[in-house]
Design a protein around this ligand. Sequence first.
Ligand SMILES: Cc1cc2nc3c(=O)[nH]c(=O)nc-3n(C[C@H](O)[C@H](O)[C@H](O)COP(=O)(O)OP(=O)(O)OC[C@H]3O[C@@H](n4cnc5c(N)ncnc54)[C@H](O)[C@@H]3O)c2cc1C
Ligand code: FES
Length: 289
Amino acid sequence: MSTDHNPGEAEEGGGAASPHGVVPMPVRVNRVRDEMAGVTTLELTPICAFSFVPGQFNMLYVFGLGEVAISLSGVPAEEYRVVHTVRAVGAVSQAITRLRRNDVIGVRGPYGSYWPIFDSEGSDVVMVAGGLGLAPLRPVIYHVLAHRERYGRVVVLYGARGPADILYRRELEAWRRRLDLDITVTVDHAAAEWRGNVGVVPALISRAPVDPNRAVAMVCGPEIMMRFTVDALRQRGLPMDRIFVSMERNMKCAIGLCGHCQFGPAFVCRDGPVFRFDRIAPFFNIREI
Ligand SMILES: Cc1cc2nc3c(=O)[nH]c(=O)nc-3n(C[C@H](O)[C@H](O)[C@H](O)COP(=O)(O)OP(=O)(O)OC[C@H]3O[C@@H](n4cnc5c(N)ncnc54)[C@H](O)[C@@H]3O)c2cc1C
Ligand code: FES
């Protein structure tokens, strides 16, 4: 495994501090794609080069309304195209999904820790995503494909509620045709015409084509899905220090000052959102935390 990479002050799987300021930068929306009902992908054009590491997030500010944390979901190497996929759930996220080309939004970031893409070189990589959890893992797929020779087997297990809820469907179909990437999609429920897998995503882990002795797992989705996924990965023989999860908590400052994102002794904005599982295992299963 390679250990010589240290972009900025952030850290793989925990312990990040953003080197960036706290003032949102106005950025123009260049392109909008409606992914499915209530979910939109925005492509923003920053006025200067913007770089991030997969797993990190930006704070998006709808002027006069508020700010939310949103994962970076685009190609890490594209410095003039910042991509976010947003589900409309509350006032701010709904306003973001209503933005159109040439609208302006405030952006600050990137913040947070990142997936262990550098320490995983030489290992098998298994990504397990549920629902919108595919968004923060998509940059890992882009990175791994751009440096394919550095990784062993690469497996993506993705679960959605139903066929209409599959995110990035066309890209997943294109990736499924590749021989150097193993993609399995499953849905919780489907009508008879669905020819794919039916069932929850953790159920795919027992037969995933990875070697537990040399695999690193990256997991993102609803917390209940992550709990079952971590259990299945451990049953498969992965040690806790090779399982990484991305946590979500409400955020305000995103720079470790306000305490809004407290998660046990950690702050998700500063110490996460990507955590190495052994570091959070004692409080991962306590729902109130
Ligand atoms: C590190 C990090 C990365 C994130 N990445 C993304 C991302 O890539 N895309 C994205 O859409 N969101 C993402 N989120 C969630 C996002 O920050 C907001 O919490 C969410 O958009 C709701 O904000 P709001 O102000 O619109 O709604 P709020 O006013 O906060 O909530 C309105 C209602 O929706 C419920 N709610 C809040 N959040 C969610 C949720 N995530 N799912 C379902 N119901 C919810 C609340 O309980 C409440 O009932 C991320 C959060 C974190 C911490
Ligand atoms: S949002 Fe994490 S400490 Fe303020």
